[in-house]
Design a protein around this ligand. Structure first.
Ligand SMILES: [Zn+2]
Ligand SMILES: [Zn+2]
Length: 115
């Protein structure tokens, strides 16, 4: 099941993974898929993304990177290259909190939806 997650950049939901895995393992349950995905997240080989209001998505990439989400079709893509770390440090300096991280989600319309 990890192969499904590691082999895609589509940031699938548990349902999406369930649909793919079921081709190979017809009697697998959605609950089993959920448990496996959560286990991957807790042992650090995958990340869980809570983007927008839809279901959580899972990411086989665990290096730091940002995401952009299409407001029309819900597709989520990685953003490569530039990271807003310096900018975030500036914001962190404005709060009394000990800032340990941030979540950034860009929103827009993908090339298929922009027309
Ligand atoms: Zn779209
Ligand atoms: Zn990603």
């Amino acid at each position: 099941m990890y192969d499904v997650l590691a082999g895609t950049t589509s940031h699938p939901t548990a349902d999406d993974v369930f649909t793919s895995v079921r081709d190979d393992v017809p009697d697998i349950s959605l609950a089993t898929v959920y448990k496996a995905l959560e286990a991957f997240v807790s042992c650090g080989v995958a990340r869980k993304l809570a983007l927008g209001s839809g279901p959580a998505r899972y990411d086989g990439r665990t290096d730091d990177h940002e995401h952009i989400r299409c407001l029309s079709c819900g597709r989520v893509q990685d953003i490569e290259g530039l990271r807003p770390v310096d900018w975030m440090e500036g914001i962190a300096a404005l709060t009394p909190f000990d800032v340990v991280g941030y979540r950034l989600e860009l929103q827009g319309y993908c090339p298929d939806c922009v027309h």
